[in-house]
Design a protein around this ligand. Structure first.
Ligand code: NAP
Length: 288
């Protein structure tokens, strides 16, 4: 079997177009353009690329790019004061602190200063708690993007066996909660899981976010499964994921490529969250 490639770039384009329409509707209803404040501290090369892409997508969707850059040696109090200033600024609909921050900074303390309604990365304790309780809030972009990809391809989730490899706060845990919300039977694997391949082989839907290149091979995939590769690794021959795509494509029914799978969805869902945040701040309900 040769798997169908899930085209994340195409689905992301559609989401971004929908967001651009939503921004136009917000303006037509007398609202103001959503503003996204990305905050980059230092000069991590990968973070600079991510931030550049996020800023470009933001302006293309008709939103205000309110980017802030702080030097790598900034102290905690100065970084905190910037977050507080953005938190109080009505032009700022969403705040995204690019992680990782330099080692001397306490990123959790900085994240905790972001108001829940402006937390477009879905990382504050309150938004994580709302997700855990299945209540409405801003949800983390990468796992939301995975759900959007699965929905776009009509992958059945209710009653399906879903396995998530990875339990990070950013990806694995919220991913598992979103799949549970959609009534999948969810198993979470991590570095202490015994016989990873055997657990993964149970999955109708396998989401891999371990950060280990090529961790998942065909022996870990049930024939006909849908495989979502969240991993991103920059190698000499370009970008790769956590899945051995070519070999797994012979077993799976559907698979996301790297690049062009989950990555573009993360940025699209960031825009969607920023629009949602702006609507709520401006007193318009979702979809209004
Ligand atoms: P992370 O914080 O390092 O978490 C990795 C998780 O994988 C941990 O829970 C770890 O288990 C688990 N793990 C490590 N080795 C394992 C093994 N041998 N078997 C099973 N589980 C194992 O990473 P992350 O932030 O979740 O990111 C994961 C990957 O996704 C990275 O490659 C990252 O670059 C990528 N990513 C991509 C996007 C995107 O937009 N496409 C967005 C975010 C992240 P323990 O908890 O036991 O240590």
């Amino acid at each position: 079997m040769t798997a169908q490639l899930i085209d994340g770039a195409a689905v992301a384009r559609q989401v971004r177009e929908d967001v651009a329409k939503g921004v136009a509707e917000l303006l037509a209803a007398g609202g103001t353009a959503p503003g996204l404040a990305t905050v980059l501290i230092g000069h991590d090369p990968a973070s600079e690329v991510y931030i550049r892409n996020k800023r470009r997508a933001c302006t293309t969707a008709g939103m205000a790019d309110l980017h802030q850059h702080l030097p790598a040696d900034v102290d905690q109090a100065t970084a905190a004061a910037l977050i507080d200033q953005l938190a109080a600024d009505p032009a700022v609909s969403g705040i995204l602190l690019q992680l990782p921050t330099p080692g001397h900074l306490d990123s959790e303390e900085l994240l905790s200063r972001i108001p829940d309604g402006k937390d477009v990365d879905g990382l504050t304790v309150a938004n994580a708690g709302l997700l855990a309780q299945g209540r409405s809030g801003l949800r983390p972009c990468t796992p939301s993007g995975v759900i959007a990809l699965l929905d776009h391809h009509d992958v059945p989730l209710s009653g399906a066996e879903a396995v998530v490899v990875g339990r990070s706060v950013l990806v694995g845990k919220p991913m598992a909660q979103l799949l549970l919300e959609r009534h999948a039977t969810v198993t979470i694997c991590h570095s202490r899981t015994r016989d990873l391949a055997a657990v993964c082989r149970r999955a109708d839907v396998l989401v891999v976010a371990a950060g280990i290149p090529g961790l998942i091979g065909p022996d870990a995939v049930k024939p006909g499964a849908t495989v979502i590769d969240v991993g991103i690794h920059r190698g000499e021959t370009g970008l790769h994921g956590d899945v051995d795509t070519a070999a797994v494509a012979e077993v799976a029914a559907r698979i996301t490529p790297v690049p062009g799978g989950v990555g573009p969805m993360t940025i699209a869902m960031l825009l969607a969250n920023t629009l949602t945040a702006a609507r709520r701040q401006q007193g318009l309900v979702d979809g209004a």
